[in-house]
Design a binder for this molecule. Structure first.
Ligand SMILES: Nc1nc2c(ncn2[C@@H]2O[C@H](COP(=O)(O)OP(=O)(O)OP(=O)(O)O)[C@@H](O)[C@H]2O)c(=O)[nH]1
Ligand SMILES: [Mg+2]
Length: 322
């Protein structure tokens, strides 16, 4: 059974499981799946032109050029070897290959794993305006629902209004927030936050940081300092470092991820604004080029518009037209 058939079967009974993905990925699905369908409608039998067009569709979905070339190459080989020339079947093979490549790299845990004792610390980084603060609120909401005690730390002392923004979310979520004076050292705010977390028996501390362009060296180095200071208060902190990437920035997201990966250990990526892009293939590009797991995806602006990344649901949302 091909992957698409498998996914349709899998979610036939529990349709509501994929609703969020299905809605959030509407634009991407239109861009990818409808194009595939239209393409296969125009050909009786695949030829080189067909594969060229297929490759173009992949590239337009932002899976990354090298990944697109590699996958098309694999599909072409399978087509020749198994003598499959029917366009629909070729499209299904393509989807199988997209999936296989991701699965091969090993699908790792997405949920945060909590320390047995003491607070678990999550540091959130990324360039300006990608959705760091909003994602922090969403993650806090998620774990509050699981009865975790959450503390927010506003280590963005740079942008005017940043502390208030996090404080507003904290109020809405009914959690405490630790912040410092404007333009104080973010590392010292992080330190205070961790200290309080220990004293208050917090399960999850989420540290917000200022948006920083990956090209600004001093700001990138500042991340190192924040981490070192954290580890003084809680050994092994931060346990998790999430890089937030805005899906609408397309391939630049991959450039950002590479730069952040160079200066800091990332344990996961959150891709936001998936609902606002038609280029949902970015997830595959990131996986292909960086090997860092996508842990969560943002599918809207509301507090529960965050989903644990699930490859089956993602592919269903991207590929299954209803
Ligand atoms: N549609 C959509 N909008 C989102 C999503 N995540 C965040 N946003 C919006 O993106 C905008 C920026 O979000 P912030 O959370 O302030 O981004 P930030 O990275 O903290 O920004 P800086 O602190 O200025 O670097 C806000 O308008 C959010 O509502 C998402 O998944 N979908
Ligand atoms: Mg922010």
């Amino acid at each position: 059974m091909g992957l698409l058939a498998f996914l349709k079967n899998k979610f036939a009974i529990q349709k509501e499981q994929v609703d969020k993905y299905q809605v959030g990925l509407t634009k991407s699905r239109k861009n990818f799946s409808s194009k595939l369908r239209k393409l296969s409608g125009r050909y009786k039998r695949v030829n080189q032109d067909y594969f060229d067009e297929l490759e173009q569709i992949l590239i337009e979905s932002d899976v990354g050029i090298s990944f697109a070339l590699k996958v098309i190459e694999e599909v072409l080989r399978t087509s020749k070897k198994e003598r499959i020339f029917n366009p629909q079947s070729i499209n299904e093979i393509l989807i199988d290959k997209l999936f296989a490549d991701y699965a091969e790299k090993g699908d790792i845990k997405t949920e945060i794993v909590f320390e047995k004792e003491g607070p678990t610390v999550l540091l959130v980084v990324g360039v300006n305006g990608v959705g760091k603060t909003t994602t922090i609120a969403k993650i806090a909401h998620r774990y509050l629902k699981q009865n975790k005690k959450v503390l927010l730390v506003a280590a963005d002392t740079f942008r005017a209004g940043a502390v208030e923004q996090l404080a507003t979310w904290a109020k809405r979520l009914n959690v405490e927030v630790v912040s410092g004076q404007p333009h104080t050292d973010p590392a010292s705010v992080a330190y205070d936050g961790l200290k309080k977390a220990k004293a208050d028996n917090i399960d999850l501390v989420i540290v917000d940081t200022a948006g920083r362009l990956q090209t600004k060296n001093n700001l990138m180095l500042e991340l190192g300092k924040i981490k070192r200071v954290m580890a003084k208060e809680i050994s092994y902190a931060p346990h998790e470092t999430f890089l937030i990437i805005d899906a609408t920035t397309g391939q630049n997201g991959v450039v950002q991820a590479k730069a952040f990966k160079e200066v800091t250990d990332l344990t996961g990526i959150v891709i936001t604004k998936m609902d606002g892009t038609s280029k949902g293939g970015i997830i595959l590009a990131i996986r292909d080029e960086l090997g860092i797991p996508v842990r969560f995806i943002g599918l809207g602006e509301k507090i529960d518009d965050l989903a644990e990344f699930d490859l089956d649901k993602y592919l269903y949302g991207l590929c299954v037209e209803e």
